[in-house]
Structures are given as structure tokens and as C-alpha cells.
Design a protein around this ligand. Structure first.
Ligand SMILES: C[S@@+](CC[C@H](N)C(=O)[O-])C[C@H]1O[C@@H](n2cnc3c(N)ncnc32)[C@H](O)[C@@H]1O
Length: 199
């Protein structure tokens, strides 16, 4: 399968698909953190290259509801509409199977509700972070390892590690890397013929 992982600098999802035997390439305006097939540039340049599947992680800076305090300013400056247009472009592109990932955001009210909301604790990471998936031509992602009990035994600061990360230059990067458990589940479940139950 030819897989495009759009808006990914970490190589996490790309490498999970490569390990599962696929031809995968990541694409980001930033260079890749790990060596591997990567296009450094605008994803619009490579969208038309005959992909079987695209997993995309567009920026949530102007969309996530956690930033609602700044929404009025963002609306007025037009950056929010621009971010929504980018999401529409990705969702509407001519690739048969698409997964678009974002936190709880205004995509739900301005474009459409997500097909699924997943958490890292359903995929082996004892942490909370509601992650929405908008799917096209793919089945829902099945949880792989439920560690909710283990997570609930942890102090809140550990359970919500990303929320409580101290300020730093790379805070946004640390917060945005895809969980390995999500990436492995995507490669294992979506790297095969998805059959029925498609969204
Ligand atoms: C929220 S981060 C996603 C990070 C991803 N989860 C990972 O593990 O690497 C969003 C990324 O989108 C990239 N981006 C923004 N606009 C882009 C575009 N037009 N083409 C390609 N990448 C873009 C940004 O550089 C940023 O790294």
C-alpha cells in the first residue's frame, strides 16, 4: 500500500507503516526527526501522487477548543478560516482512504463531527488525551490495549502529562507527536484490506 502521512515530522506513523511492509512517506514543512522517506514542503505538492491511504495531522493551533479564549481574535484575523480550509482540502482530496486526526476542535461544529474519539489509554499509554478521527473509506480504529486502571492509579499530573508540560521552546512539539500505540494500531488495522464496516 502507498501511504502518505501528511503533516508529520516525527516519522512515528510513517515508520509504523514501513515496519508493517508498506511504502510510506511523511510530509511536513519541517524536516523529519528520524531518517526515512520524507518530503519537506507543502503537502499540496504531493497530494496528487496516487496514494492508497493518507493519515493527516493538520495543525490545531487555531482550531482546538483548548485555545477558545483567543477565538475572537483568531476569527477576526482570518487564521481560523484558513486552518479550516486546509482541513477541508485534506478531507476532500481524491485519496480513497483518509484519516484526519485532531484534538477536540471546531472542526466538529464548522465541518462535521468526528467519526471516533480515541484515548492513548486504549492503546497502551496510561494517559488521557481525547483525539478525534475523521475517517473516509476506513473502519473505526479498534482499541489494542486498555490500561485505564493503571492510568487511574497515577497522579493527575502524570495522567494528563501533556496538559501539564512546563513551558519550553519545544513544548508544542512534545505535545503534538503521535502516540506510538495509535500509529501501530493504524498500521496493523488499516494496512490490510479494510473490508466492510467502512466509515
Ligand atoms: C500538530 S503537528 C503534527 C505532528 C505529528 N503528529 C507528528 O507526530 O509529527 C502539525 C504539523 O503540520 C505541519 N504543516 C502545517 N502546514 C503544512 C503544510 N501545508 N504541508 C505540510 N505540513 C504542514 C507543521 O509543520 C506541523 O509540524
Amino acid at each position: 500500500m502507498k501511504v502518505l502521512v501528511a503533516c508529520e515530522y516525527s516519522g512515528t506513523v510513517r515508520d509504523a507503516f514501513i515496519r508493517a511492509g508498506h511504502e510510506a512517506m511523511s510530509c511536513d514543512m519541517l524536516p523529519t526527526d528520524k531518517p526515512g522517506p520524507h518530503y519537506k514542503g507543502d503537502v499540496r505538492d504531493v497530494l496528487g501522487c496516487h496514494w492508497d491511504l493518507m493519515i493527516c495531522h493538520p495543525p490545531c493551533t487555531h482550531l482546538a477548543v483548548s485555545g477558545a479564549a483567543w477565538f475572537e481574535r483568531k476569527k477576526a484575523s482570518g487564521v481560523q478560516d484558513e486552518a479550516l480550509d486546509f482541513v477541508r482540502l485534506l478531507l476532500d482530496c481524491k485519496i480513497q482512504r483518509i484519516c484526519l486526526e485532531n484534538p477536540i476542535s471546531i472542526i466538529s461544529t464548522r465541518i462535521r463531527k468526528p467519526d471516533q474519539i480515541i484515548h492513548p489509554w486504549q492503546y497502551g499509554h496510561p494517559e488521557k488525551k481525547a483525539t478525534c478521527l475523521w475517517l473516509k473509506g476506513l473502519p473505526l480504529l479498534r482499541p489494542t490495549k486498555d490500561v485505564k486502571e493503571e492510568m487511574m492509579a497515577l497522579p493527575k499530573g502524570k495522567r494528563e502529562r501533556l496538559h501539564y508540560l512546563p513551558p519550553s521552546v519545544d513544548r508544542w512539539k512534545l505535545r503534538s507527536v503521535t502516540f506510538q500505540g495509535f500509529a501501530d494500531a493504524m498500521a496493523d488495522q488499516w494496512g490490510v484490506d479494510s473490508g466492510s464496516n467502512l466509515v
